[in-house]
Ligand binder design. Structure first.
Ligand code: MG
Length: 382
């Protein structure tokens, strides 16, 4: 029997799908949290009359209006309160918050010994060692929700660590697979927002087009599973059916396959190590062709930068992540070209001095510094 569920970042793509999976599994949802007091959140609140509603932000008047529309319900405000709810004893916490704002909830859930279903990339990328420490100290569980990492977890189940040789993270290659860097120079936000296989939020869709997303996943995989960066490879697999693979000492490779549908890894994070009832059809094999290609490090230099940030360690992955977020926003607003995203990341990594953040505040400080550096690089480039 799974524990009751706290869903943070509930109005986003993964948050909404989590609530759908929770209904399917007949899980009790005790708390629904989101960044802003939006009409979408009100809708979710009405669909879950038993849940506490927690809102991190919003102005005083927005909050008042939101609470009034849900009169009679428990509605709480403030980011600190979301962290408290993430620490509710004996809960599973889905952290589907976007951005570094999700890190305090990750740390709080793990420190309380909860199961954390982690869909917030920034937690592990920006603060991998802090997350590992909270996990070890709190005695909770960290179950990845990202399809690739869920796949790796499933490949590693029942295996001994000494037998792990190589981790092969698959990547669809995004909408510009096969393009040269020159051809990508004039790419528009509309072109970059069209992902061939997955429907996702805006930043992650752009990150898939630049392959920054895969670079972030390499860093996450390192912290989640303890593979050295030399043991991690990116393989381009345009059909997004093989979600990742692990090679073992005897030459065997295990792969995890299925349709690209986030409800599968979301459900697994909630039912692990058991399997829940299906929401998605099994893969239909006849007539399918699965292909694999080498990753193109020339057209997608973000991949190499991600490996470099991971190997440098310390603050480098946090800088990589923060600079990308600022650059993606500038690209979407038409203030930066597509290839400029990777240039800004590279320049920010050279500008911001390397440090070793040892607590949440120091990570937030690195993030702020990297954002400022990226913003001034973008302003200077125009
Ligand atoms: Mg992924």
């Amino acid at each position: 029997m799974s524990s009751p569920l706290v869903v943070l970042g509930a109005t986003g793509s993964v948050g909404r799908q989590t609530l759908e999976v929770a209904r399917h599994l007949e899980l009790e949802v005790t708390c629904i949290g989101a960044r802003m007091p939006s009409p979408q959140l009100r809708e979710l609140a009405l669909a879950h009359p038993e849940a506490t509603i927690a809102v991190a932000g919003g102005s005083a008047s927005e909050r008042k209006e939101f609470a009034a529309a849900l009169s009679g319900r428990r509605v709480e405000f403030g980011s600190a309160l979301l962290a408290e709810l993430a620490a509710s004893p004996d809960h599973t916490v889905m952290n589907a918050v976007v951005g570094l704002a999700g890190l305090p909830f990750t740390l709080a859930a793990l420190a309380a010994g909860n199961r954390l279903a982690l869909a917030n990339k920034e937690s592990l990328v920006a603060a991998g060692p802090l997350v590992q420490k909270a996990l070890a100290d709190g005695g909770g569980e960290l179950i990845p929700v990202d399809s690739e990492h869920s796949a790796v977890l499933q490949c590693l189940m029942g295996e001994e660590r000494s037998g792990f040789v190589r981790l092969l993270l698959t990547a669809s290659g995004g909408p510009f697979r096969g393009w040269s860097r020159e051809e990508m120079e004039k790419v528009t936000p509309d072109q970059a927002l069209k992902h061939p296989n997955w429907v996702m939020g805006r930043r992650i869709t752009i990150d898939s087009a630049t392959m920054v997303n895969k670079a972030l996943e390499v860093i996450e995989a390192h912290f989640l599973f303890g593979f050295a960066f030399d043991q991690i490879e990116v393989v381009v697999h345009p059909q997004s059916v093989v979600h990742s693979m692990v090679e073992f000492a005897d030459g065997s490779t295990k792969a995890h396959l299925g349709y690209p549908d986030m409800r599968i890894p979301i459900e697994f994070a909630l039912t692990y190590p058991a399997r829940g009832p299906r929401l998605v059809n099994g893969f239909r094999w006849p007539g399918q062709t699965l292909t694999f290609e080498e990753a193109d490090f020339d057209s997608f230099p973000a991949l190499e930068l991600g490996f470099a940030a991971g190997r440098q360690g310390g603050s480098a992955p946090a800088v990589f992540n923060a600079a990308d977020e600022v650059a993606v926003e500038a690209f979407l607003q038409g203030r930066l070209g597509f290839n400029g995203i990777t240039r800004v990341i590279s320049d920010a990594m050279e500008t911001v001095p390397l440090s070793t953040p040892s607590n949440l505040n120091e990570v937030i400080e690195v993030d702020r510094e990297a954002r400022a550096a990226a913003a001034s690089l973008i302003a200077g480039a125009c």
